[in-house]
Design a protein around this ligand. Structure first.
Ligand SMILES: [Zn+2]
Length: 493
């Protein structure tokens, strides 16, 4: 693991905060009427495909269910959104047959932390403190409209479903007003994917600002009362490294009263308080628990592991952004050794570039093996558990998804084995973790609906989504550049 360099961090953080303060002041001085709205345009989706009755035939089935194991040649019967049966040579008269010969069937992949609004700024973060992610995220966020947030979410969801990710944790931390959340949630409803919606804060880079707790009961009633189970509500807090313990306690109390999952960034080494005190602060305040997902924790202290393990707190790791930002390497083995549940995340495509969960899995195995200097430190099957059932546990939906078990909802991915990078077939789990790419994802079921088939998204207008994202980026970039140039900061081009 890399050594923490407090001097380097202190300098770069100070420079970053200085630029952020200048940029924020300049942005605050811009009357909102000069920030152009996104033009109205037709929707990016048609009606959701119906839940049918299907018989997936002749797949190599990786159930990820400890009792059912792998089936070298198996069938999956799906009806009304649920998995009815998994086994060899199933009979289902009247069901539409999906031929999965030469395909691997696995549970839908699960992301556990993704700032989806920012996807329209893919790879916009530059290489110095004036153009880097944190300054840029704050500046971009300040000029976004609700429709711009929604466009980021739509682009993310389209890419997620294309890539075999059936559940996301939309970690929404650019919600200056309630209508931003409403616009994002409408996108989730239209796309039909499974999601934990982490209702977050008003913008990146502030301190001692609670999320809009008063809006939570309204959002819960308006968007989460249909009990379909596709969408669940949580909160995304600035956490103890940016907020006071009193604010954290107020947020946690409200979330727990409403039965919501709680998530925050922690231990990144970029904290405003002395690094690595976050877990300790949460432990002392009694705020850890199985309903809490902590993100990153690359700069943990050894004494943090015990309380994390004892309370059943989950850790979401996003290896690509952790390395890209210099947070450090994901501390995989120390957490696993303590029995802490690890789940995987995209974080942001501004830094990660894409949402390739296959690549994230491969990075996890390779980072763990590299850190231990052993070819055998972390098995691909263990990593695939992190991307499926362990992610479901973190999000509190393991009774619904995460394994291909009869009675669970039908979130199923079929991956082709007859593509160039998948041939010749050797071992299913290894090929998923080490060889597969989103382009190999042939078919995606979410809640028994086919949202991708034969490599094509079914109800999503990808051309429209890309055009919208491009329009947003052009308009927002011009606004941000004007403001930042006025404050003496040039923006990455
Ligand atoms: Zn994050």
């Amino acid at each position: 693991m890399s050594a923490f360099d407090p001097m380097r961090r202190a300098i770069s953080r100070r420079a970053m905060l200085q630029h952020m303060a200048v940029a924020s002041a300049a942005l605050a001085a811009v009357p909102s009427r000069v920030l152009a709205q996104a033009p109205a345009s037709p929707p990016a989706t048609t009606a959701l495909p119906a839940r049918g009755e299907y018989l997936i035939r002749n797949a190599l089935v990786l159930t990820m269910d400890a009792k059912l194991g792998d089936l070298p040649k198996g069938d999956i019967h799906v009806r009304d959104g649920a998995i009815v049966a998994v086994g060899p040579s199933l009979q289902a008269a009247g069901a539409t047959v999906i031929d999965a010969t030469n395909m691997i069937a696995l549970p839908g992949l699960i992301d556990t932390h993704w700032h989806m609004w920012g996807s329209v700024a893919r790879n916009m973060a530059g290489e110095d403190s004036k153009t880097g992610y944190f300054l840029f995220a704050r500046a971009v966020g300040d000029v976004f409209t609700p429709e711009d947030n929604a466009r980021g979410v739509r682009l993310s969801l389209a890419e997620a479903i294309h890539s075999g990710i059936t559940t996301v944790h939309n970690w929404a931390h650019n919600l200056p007003r309630p209508e931003f959340a409403d616009a994002e949630l409408q996108a989730h409803v239209d796309f039909g994917g499974r999601a934990l919606y982490g209702y977050g804060y008003a913008g990146v880079g502030m301190t001692n600002q609670p999320i809009n707790l008063a809006d939570l009961p309204r959002v819960q009633k308006q968007w989460f009362s249909d009990r379909s189970g596709l969408l669940t509500l949580g909160i995304a807090s600035r956490g103890p490294e940016s907020n006071s313990a009193e604010i954290c306690k107020r947020e946690w109390d409200t979330a727990r009263q409403l039965g919501l999952r709680i998530s925050t960034h922690i231990g990144t080494g970029m904290a405003r308080v002395k690094q690595s005190q976050g877990v300790k602060a949460l432990a002392e305040a009694g705020l850890l628990g199985p309903d809490v997902i902590l993100v990153h924790d690359t700069n943990y202290l050894p004494e943090d592991l015990e309380p994390l393990a004892k309370t059943g707190t989950h850790i979401s790791m996003s290896p690509y952004t952790e390395m890209r930002t210099g947070f450090g390497f994901p501390p995989i083995q120390p957490m696993l050794d303590k029995g802490i549940n690890i789940c995987l995340s995209v974080d942001t495509t501004v830094l990660a570039g894409n949402c390739d969960m296959f690549a994230i899995m491969k990075a996890m195995q390779n980072v763990a093996n590299g850190a231990k200097q052993s070819e055998f430190a972390l098995s691909p099957r263990r990593v695939l558990e992190m991307a499926t059932i362990d992610g479901a546990r973190a999000l509190g939906i393991e009774d619904r998804v995460g394994t291909l078990t009869p009675g669970k909802r039908a979130d199923i991915v079929l991956v082709r084995m007859d593509d160039l990078n998948m041939a010749p077939f050797t071992d299913g789990v290894r090929m998923i973790v080490q060889a597969a790419q989103p382009a190999n994802v042939d078919t995606v079921f979410i809640d028994g609906r086919i949202l991708k088939r034969g490599g094509r998204l079914q109800h999503i207008d990808t051309a429209k989504i890309m055009a919208d994202a491009t329009e947003t980026m052009g308009r927002v970039r011009a606004g941000v550049e004007k403001v930042l140039e006025r404050s003496g900061v040039s923006v990455v081009r």
